[in-house]
Design a protein around this ligand. Structure first.
Ligand SMILES: O=C(O)CCC(=O)C(=O)O
Length: 352
């Protein structure tokens, strides 16, 4: 397919995947720099301007970086990525002759721990005066079903702009009631290293946690047409001007008819998309045992406990409801796990 045909596909579906776009030398160069950034995270123990850390960071001395923030803007050696001629040529076809870098990030998605990303539209985070806004994905490893590929809802960029608020505050995630309707047509963006993905800022997307033994680093670069101006304003005008990667700065924003819900007021615990949900959560698992005389054991429940308290954020209470009349063995080793077994029901029955 030539770029014009790809553009038609992108306009129709809201995303495209291009296999073998870069050569391996280009990707290896990025990976070498990224590995050094990860190694340097050994010196820090809380989130800062560059690092968004998993809760398990430095447990057993192992760095667990969730996201590298604005790497291209902050690490000079990575500038070559946004200067790549082939990439700029492709973007020119999609966004026109004048293009601005909006942001960059690398989501590391480490084995087992790598966090999921809730369903969202990038447009909800950074609405602009027009929707010539997209994000490029550069996988820094092969992306498979198991390691938490980005999931997209094809054609959703042409439908609604969803509310990304929780209790009146912007939380960066679509409400679960809305998701029940849109989640039906999920498409995982599986691709090999050297590929590139493009998705429209209004496309609904998210991703699961990494179930594999392999990390899934994904570099994401947000670009806009230079005449798309951010509705949330410009903090640093010089930086805004300097972020032009192709063509020239344009001081006359193009206005187009778009539905916008402002990402305001900001979340009370302002942080990345991984952290913005307010309040805390419970995790619940129901276990049916045909023999109610056999007790559930610690080893049968370690996955539940790990997923709840190591992998997820903000889960404060884990509940196992089961059909054994005996208590769970060694439940105290499972963290904040509590049980509601048959003995409790018998107790309620006798009392009532
Ligand atoms: O890392 C992913 O799989 C999804 C990334 C994403 O949508 C985001 O960071 O906004």
């Amino acid at each position: 397919m030539n770029y014009e045909e790809l553009k038609i596909k992108y306009q129709k579906d809201g995303y495209i995947v291009l296999e073998n776009f870069f050569d391996i030398v280009f990707i290896n160069k990025i990976n070498k720099i990224v590995n050094d950034i990860i190694l340097n995270s050994k010196n820090i123990n809380k989130n800062n301007y560059l690092y968004d850390l998993e809760d398990a960071h430095l447990q057993n001395g192992i760095p667990q970086v969730r996201r590298i923030k604005n790497p291209v803007e902050q690490i000079n050696e990575l500038e070559f990525v946004i200067k790549n001629k082939k990439l700029l040529q492709l973007l020119k076809c999609f966004l026109g002759a004048n293009i601005r870098l909006h942001h960059s990030k690398i989501n590391m998605k480490n084995p087992i721990l790598g966090s999921s990303v809730e369903w969202h539209q990038d447009w909800a985070f950074y609405p602009h005066t027009n929707d010539s806004v997209l994000e490029v994905g550069i996988p820094l490893a092969n992306i498979t079903e198991e390691n938490g590929p980005m999931l997209v809802i094809p054609k959703s960029h042409k439908k609604s702009i969803y509310n990304h608020h929780d209790n009146g505050y912007f939380c960066g995630a679509i409400k679960s009631d809305d998701i029940k309707i849109i989640e039906k047509k999920i498409k995982p963006l599986l691709c090999n290293i050297k590929s590139i993905t493009l998705h429209h800022a209004k496309l609904v997307h998210g991703s699961n946690y990494n179930k594999s033994k392999f990390k899934r680093p994904l570099m994401l670069l947000g670009f806009t047409a230079a005449d798309a101006w951010p509705l949330m304003g410009i903090k640093d005008y010089n930086k805004f001007k300097n972020n032009i990667v192709l063509g020239k700065h344009i001081n006359e924003p193009r206005l187009s008819d778009n539905h916008v819900i402002m990402p305001l007021p900001v979340s009370r615990n302002e942080g990345s998309i991984y952290e913005n949900h307010d309040g805390d959560f419970w995790s619940i698992q129901a276990k049916f045992l045909s023999n109610y005389d056999s007790a559930l054991t610690y080893s049968e429940l370690t996955n539940f406990s790990n997923l709840s308290f190591v992998h997820c954020n903000s889960i404060t209470f884990g509940l196992i409801s089961h059909t054994s009349s005996l208590p769970i063995r060694n439940i105290n080793k499972l963290g904040q796990v509590h049980e509601l077994g048959l003995s409790k029901y018998f107790y309620f029955t006798i009392l009532s």
